[in-house]
Design a protein around this ligand. Structure first.
Ligand code: HAM
Length: 443
């Protein structure tokens, strides 16, 4: 091993440092509160699942399974994978834990890390966090609209600006096969003009061509038949209903006929949520929302989801409809940092506890705990012995009072209170310190 070897986080993964935790906490608190309001129960699933679960649900030919999954054989011979997303594990848990027999709908939410071996770039990581919501056992189109509404509300609560919801229908087993054939026929004569990836997609997963960002594929995509023109009556009615619900709650959206998502389990409604700007940057379709022409600010989605009515049955459960969505937390944290809206300031520290000598240090350890119990924010530097450096820290923190305990005071059961503004010092009884500080802080 080289002498000066320095370990680093694996490519595409990062530490979440103390100064960043506040953003994660803020998001968690808002998500948890909204989940509770809408009656979702929290679920955690193992970070590892059987690899086949993802191949079967997300689709063996999708990028997520084909290229990006961290899968491996255990010493016991099991094929496991780090979860690239939560929907399949939750559908597995729903079946495995007998939730099909509970009164429906069953609503579940989650918050935790996912893993995809993607090409690392800004906003695209190999370990990233998602929160999400899944509703099982309810086919009414109001659930599709409500799922979108939940994400929209969370982003509003987080004060994210110019939120753009893009929506499409992917049809179902009645109409999608016909549309796929139509698209494949259209592409037959144009295959030579497609990018390398799309040529492969044309054979394996033709719908994914609609999602291609390569410049040379855009004109071909723009002329392609659109799925919304080829939905069966049932899918058409449902889509119309979802849009009517969104209109009713005045939630602005854009119809994006190219929205196809990168996971195979979707049926009917699909959506993605972006942040927008009022200027045009050529990304994504244009919208008229609240009279403003919005344009995607970032090409990467903050959230995505949709209906997946066939997944539970595909995984061995009953024929149970479902709908949900997930959001990428790092992408939200980036916006919160830019807006500087994320963190709540830590409660201000009111007092500083300084000590000199072993006995004083021991006593301070105890008093510090008493301040915590009394809900008074206190700070200390118990590891420091110099009074000067301790008081310097007290000054930096801007506390109102410093409490100083030396060897003599500790022996006599007293403590010095220093008013940091006036510099005035007084001595009080040690066992009355918390009470006295409480009184003074009220003034
Ligand atoms: P997804 O679109 O693959 O959907 O991921 C949801 C969100 O996770 C994305 O919109 C994005 O914000 C974030 N995300 C995805 N990949 C990365 C990455 N490599 N780095 C950073 N953020 C990322 C799903 O995962 C579905 N399970 C959503 C769903 C739930 N559908 C129904 N229920």
């Amino acid at each position: 091993m080289p002498k000066n070897l320095r370990f680093q986080t694996p490519t595409g993964m990062s530490d979440i440092l103390p100064e960043e935790q506040k953003y994660y906490k803020k998001i968690y608190d808002i998500v948890a509160e909204i989940a509770d309001f809408y009656d979702f129960g929290k679920i955690n699933t193992p970070v590892l699942e059987n690899s086949d679960l993802f191949a079967k649900s997300i689709g063996a030919s999708t990028d997520i399974v084909n290229k990006e999954m961290y899968s491996f054989k255990t010493k016991g011979g099991d094929s496991l994978a780090l979860r690239p997303e939560w929907t399949a594990p939750i559908a597995r848990a729903y079946i495995e834990n007998g939730m099909q027999s509970l009164p429906q709908p069953v609503r579940l939410w989650y918050f935790g890390p996912c893993f995809r071996h993607e090409r690392p770039q800004a906003g695209r990581y190999r370990q990233f966090w998602q929160f999400g919501f899944e509703v099982f056992g309810e086919s009414d189109s109001v659930i599709d609209a409500q799922t979108i509404q939940i994400f929209y509300n969370i982003f509003k609560e987080l004060k994210l600006k110019n939120i753009i919801v893009e929506i499409n229908s992917m049809g179902d087993s009645n109409c999608r096969p016909y549309y796929k054939k139509l698209l494949a026929n259209y592409l037959k004569t144009k295959e030579f003009a497609l990018c390398v990836d799309c040529r492969k997609r044309a054979r394996e997963n033709v719908l994914r061509i609609l999602d291609c960002k390569e410049g040379k594929c855009q004109p071909i995509k723009n002329q392609a038949p659109q799925i919304l023109d080829h939905l069966c009556d049932e899918c058409k009615t449902r889509f119309k209903q979802v849009l009517e619900f969104l209109d009713e709650i005045e939630l602005p959206y854009i119809l994006n006929p190219y929205l196809v998502r990168g996971l195979d389990y979707y049926t009917k409604t699909v959506f993605e949520i972006f942040t927008g700007s009022k200027e045009s940057n050529g990304q994504g379709p244009q919208a008229l929302a609240g009279g403003l022409a919005l344009q995607r600010l970032e090409p990467q989605a903050l959230a995505g989801g949709g209906r997946y009515d066939k997944l539970v049955k595909l995984l061995g459960g009953r024929d149970i409809p479902a709908c949900g969505g997930a959001a990428g937390i790092e992408r939200i944290v980036k916006l919160l940092k830019a807006q500087d809206e994320g963190p709540q300031k830590r409660a201000e520290v009111s007092i500083f506890l300084a000590q000199l000598g072993d006995l004083a240090k021991r006593k301070c350890l105890k008093i510090f705990e008493e301040f915590r119990k009394a809900n008074i924010r206190a700070a200390e530097s118990l590891g420091k012995d110099s009074l000067k450096s301790q008081l310097n820290k007290a000054n930096r923190l801007g506390v109102r009072y410093s409490l100083i305990l030396g060897q003599k005071e500790a022996l006599e059961g007293i403590i010095i209170i220093k008013n940091m503004e006036t510099g005035k010092q007084e001595t009080i009884k040690l066992d009355k310190a918390v009470e006295e500080i409480k009184k003074r802080l009220k003034k």
